[in-house]
Design a binder for this molecule. Structure first.
Ligand code: G6P
Length: 617
């Protein structure tokens, strides 16, 4: 986690860095810092007249901004960092940048130095003075050891000494015309601007200045100047790499009048879904060229393995239901953090799919590396062009939800789900396992989904009213079956992530095997009960908790005139075919969590202890 930004150019850098850090705040928000190179004009034989000025602050970026409001940061070269603590508490002293003993080298870092304890001992023995509890602080001291006039060479030596992960960015007051950086496993991009160049953890951080980017790969080192950039491979050789242009707009990375990014992103879902379907579903024709698989290869598939974390794993679970139903190919879903350590079996003719909105989740990355090393073919489903998972996979299916800033996933989830619908249908068609009439019906219904979601969003006030009644409950059980189960899991995850209320998602039929013991007058049960083939079964499950005095809130489908007899509160989604309720029923639950959290005064965009992109284990 953690977010990094750096700028060198002809403009003053302080505002560029602060505004970039605000856009990166979703990556970590417990403390932040900035360092610039400033010239005091006093030249002597030991100094070029330049020095590092740094400031750090525990808390949010606005606290850092406030603390440096009156400080002189007039400089055109600087670095910034927003932290999500891994080693050492989120204090001012542990915040980045970290400096070497001379105060000439300042470093920001996103990642973990696994062998820092051993390096720290070695450096202390050599006389280096440490002030923080962080792993990162070994980096400026190591660079101080290795520096002999060219910081890039020092960085290349450093990369050979450290174990772990990191995007590392360095200022050196001896060289005020360059920023040096490196990457091992943590994301780092270069932004090429008109009046200067940037380094950042992701593109939205600098989207207001440029849309031209270059991705940095593992073990590469960078020399960034105001009018150019040099990229060196792990072997030290200069690499030529063209920049590419992204079509994300800056408004897509701003709140545009919404109170929070989360709310804005919930409302952007009809658009994200249309964009994700565009070019893949035309009339009744499905196209998946990006899969890079022949129809014959698809027909030969004996199994599909999907790995993912968090919300993405719920998209995977829905995908499993759909693929097994329409294409009759067995699907296994596993969370990436478990997969990577279990010595997985990779069978021939098994397709491996990784779902990750960021494309940077370290566990998912490690899982695909593990599977790849055993010969698996990897298909990635991700929202971020050029992300590490995208680059390391054999083929990539991009969701086109636009940048997601709120920590909890909303629009990227429904975009992932749409890909799962399309892919499952495509597999069904190629394998010939789906009935032709059914196929046409589903395709027709998919076209209506963005409009139906819009209808749900138009009724947000109704959900707010229900949330206003229920926000004081301390236990929520979300129940669903088949297509409703991933929705129940995701509904519970949303609620706990942003409201800090205890919430669990369960298969309706499993209720009697434990969770029913939790049920009393302090419990709200949220039932996902659209009119599908498990409707009656879900009604029985709801009867059981109603008899135990739980308050019942159901997500039902339009035209259901019976459900109010079973529930205290009901929200109706537009009617559809049973498989597609999977996407429709999650929308009211996203809004429900949002309004509950707002009632409780929570920061929905940056919930405590969480980060958007988990790039450490
Ligand atoms: C973090 C985020 C979750 C997200 C998960 C997986 O935990 O807070 O919202 O679902 O990472 O992220 P990915 O980018 O791999 O989908």
């Amino acid at each position: 986690m953690c977010g990094i930004i750096a700028y060198i150019g002809s403009r003053y850098c302080k505002d560029i860095i602060i505004s970039g850090l605000k856009r990166l705040e979703y990556r970590g928000y417990d403390s932040a810092g900035i360092a610039v190179i400033s010239s005091d004009g006093v030249h002597d034989k030991n100094s070029n007249g330049c020095r590092i000025i740094a400031a750090k602050q525990a808390g949010k970026i606005k606290d850092l901004e406030e603390s440096i409001r009156d400080m002189d940061f007039d400089s055109t070269i600087g670095i910034g960092h927003t932290r999500w603590a891994t080693h050492g508490a989120p204090t001012q002293i542990n915040a980045h940048p970290h400096l070497d003993c001379s105060g000439k080298i300042a470093v920001v870092h996103n990642g973990i130095i696994e062998n820092y304890a051993e390096l720290k001992d070695e450096l202390i023995r050599k006389g280096h003075k440490f002030v923080s509890e962080t792993d990162t602080e070994v980096l400026p001291h190591l660079l101080e050891e290795y520096y002999e006039g060219d910081m890039l060479l020092a960085m290349q030596k450093l990369l050979k000494r450290i174990k772990g992960s990191g995007a590392i960015v360095v200022l050196n007051s001896d060289s005020p015309d360059e920023i040096i950086a490196a990457r091992i496993a943590s994301p780092l991009i270069i932004g090429i601007g008109k009046d200067g160049n940037f380094l950042a953890s992701d593109m939205p951080a600098v989207l207001e200045h440029t849309r031209n980017f270059i991705i940095v790969n593992d073990f590469e080192t960078i020399r960034l100047k105001k009018d150019g950039v040099e990229i060196f491979g792990g072997d030290g050789r200069l690499i030529q790499r063209e920049s590419f242009k992204v079509n994300w707009s800056i408004t897509s990375a701003e709140k545009s009048g919404y109170e929070d990014f989360m709310l804005k992103e919930i409302f952007e879902q009809p658009f994200g879904i249309k964009e994700t379907m565009r070019g893949r579903l035309t009339g009744s024709e499905l196209q998946f060229d990006e899969l890079n698989m022949s129809e014959d290869q698809i027909r030969k598939l004996s199994k599909i393995q999907i790995i993912a974390c968090g919300t993405s794993s719920h998209a995977a679970l829905l995908g499993k239901q759909l693929i097994e139903r329409w294409a009759r190919i067995p699907v296994e879903v596993e969370v990436s953090s478990e997969y990577r350590y279990k010595n997985p079996i990779v069978e021939e003719n098994c397709l491996f799919i990784a779902i990750t909105q960021s494309g940077e989740t370290i566990d998912t990355l490690a899982a695909i590396r593990e599977a790849k090393s055993k010969g698996a073919k990897i298909v990635a489903i991700t929202n971020v062009v050029g992300s590490t998972v995208a680059r390391e996979s054999d083929s990539v299916i991009y969701t086109h939800a636009g940048p997601e800033i709120g920590v909890c996933a909303t629009k990227t989830f429904t975009a992932q789900i749409i890909v799962m619908y399309l892919l499952a249908l495509y597999f069904g068609k190629v394998t010939g396992k789906i009935d032709a009439q059914r196929y046409l019906k589903i395709v027709e219904e998919l076209e209506f989904i963005p409009n139906k979601i819009q209808l749900i969003l138009n009724e947000a006030a109704k959900i707010k009213k229900i949330a206003d009644h229920l926000y004081k409950y301390r236990t929520f059980l979300f129940l669903g079956r088949i297509f409703g189960l991933p929705v129940a899991l995701e509904g519970a995850l949303k609620l706990k992530e942003i409201s800090y209320i205890h919430a669990e998602g369960y298969a309706g039929g499993e209720m009697k095997h434990g969770p029913i013991a939790l049920t009393d007058t302090n419990t709200t049960v949220v039932g996902i009960i659209p009119k599908d083939f498990v409707y009656d079964k879900m009604l029985s499950n709801i009867e059981e908790v109603k008899a135990r005095h739980a308050t019942i809130f159901v997500i039902a489908s339009e035209g259901d005139t019976e459900i109010h007899k079973y529930s205290n509160y009901a929200f109706y989604v537009p009617s559809s075919i049973e498989e597609l309720y999977g996407i429709l029923t999650i929308i009211p639950l996203q809004l429900f969590s949002y309004y509950i959290a707002k009632n409780l005064g929570r920061n929905v965009d940056q919930p405590r202890n969480l980060a958007k992109s988990v790039t450490v284990e």
